[in-house]
Design a protein around this ligand. Structure first.
Ligand code: NAP
Length: 302
């Protein structure tokens, strides 16, 4: 199958690389063209615009930042809808609101294009190793036809039913991810204020009943206070916003999620937007009066 791939950012690039490794023909478009370069060395092709990326493809996959990017790329001038001149299957793997997923799908369906929302769980490392989880919504038949493609990028695929349900499932897993990071951060703020060694505490937590692969992945960042973005904090804040919007519509009560949203929002406004989401710890430390690892006077408990 020939695949057009839109959006070769932190996640999209390794996902497209895995499609090439699996033997698919991949033509990629990225708004900033230089980000497609690594694919060319692997036999991928570069499209200069969306029209070129969509032309003659069997499947078009997108991995874009947010709702407005997905609307623009699919429904905007020169976008996928305008260039839907032959039949193909579209799969949007970005994290967007269920409402946007459904709206774009309906628009594409009217043009005769079947579409899935298939966001992923797992960060840049999992994307590189093809160990993502795919959470899909849309017509079952479309899911079954495209499952081998999804499997080339992931270790497991989950089908949640009609269009928009993949996007809903993604909100569920990200709620827990955001609160886990918030919880780890609060535990470390407490440890810091009590004068405990952060790395000792993390070693202990890593062997406790609350140990998790997630804690393992973030541990070194938290010790080093260095947060190269595997999952940018601004995107987790975006997802918390989507989660709270969905909760408000359904009158779900999520008090801890609201508190986490406030933490990620202030972290974003205080310079941590482009850092990994684990930098929310730095914001909570900052709010507690901590000025950095060299701040030996910061032992409120002593
Ligand atoms: P990223 O590195 O910032 O990539 C975003 C991509 O969207 C880039 O290719 C960017 O193009 C493109 N884009 C944004 N606005 C656009 C527009 N108006 N028109 C065309 N292209 C546009 O983000 P990422 O980390 O790969 O995340 C992508 C999606 O996956 C997000 O929805 C995120 O929430 C989700 N996600 C991320 C992770 C993670 O750990 N990173 C995990 C699971 C899910 P440019 O390069 O030109 O800016």
């Amino acid at each position: 199958m020939r695949i057009g791939f839109l959006g070769t950012g932190t996640m999209g690039l390794p996902m497209a690389e895995n499609l090439l490794r699996a033997g698919y023909s991949v033509t990629a478009y990225n708004r900033s063209p230089e980000k497609v370069q690594p694919l060319l060395q692997m036999g991928g092709k570069q499209a200069q615009n969306i029209a070129e990326a969509v032309r003659n493809q069997d499947v078009v996959i997108s991995m874009l930042s947010d709702d407005s990017a997905v609307r623009e790329v699919y429904l905007g001038n020169g976008g996928v809808a305008e260039n839907a001149k032959h039949s193909f299957v579209a799969i949007d793997m970005s994290t967007v609101s269920p409402g946007t997923a459904l709206e774009v799908q309906k628009h594409m369906n009217q043009l005769g294009i079947a579409m899935l929302d298939a966001p992923v769980s797992g960060s840049a490392g999992a994307a590189k190793e093809a160990k993502l989880l795919v959470l899909a919504g849309g017509p079952l038949e479309t899911y079954e036809i495209t499952r081998p493609i999804l499997a080339a990028m992931s270790q497991a695929q989950f089908y949640f039913g009609p269009g928009g349900n993949g996007a809903k499932a993604k909100l569920v897993v990200n709620l827990l991810l955001a609160l886990t990071m918030q919880g780890i951060s609060e535990a470390l703020v407490l440890a810091e204020t009590l004068g405990l060694s952060r790395s000792n505490v993390l070693d202990m937590l890593s062997q406790s009943s609350v140990a998790s692969p997630f804690l393992g992945v973030k541990k070194q960042m938290l010790i080093d206070e260095s947060f190269p973005p595997a999952f940018a904090l601004k995107y987790m804040r975006k997802d918390l916003n989507l989660i709270l919007q969905a909760a408000t519509e359904r009158e779900a009560v999520l008090p801890a999620t609201s508190a986490a949203f406030a933490s990620y929002t202030s972290a974003m406004h205080n310079g941590f937007a482009e850092d990994d989401l684990a930098a929310v710890m730095m914001e909570l430390l900052r709010q507690s009066g901590y000025t950095g690892a060299k701040d030996s006077s910061f032992n409120l408990g002593l």
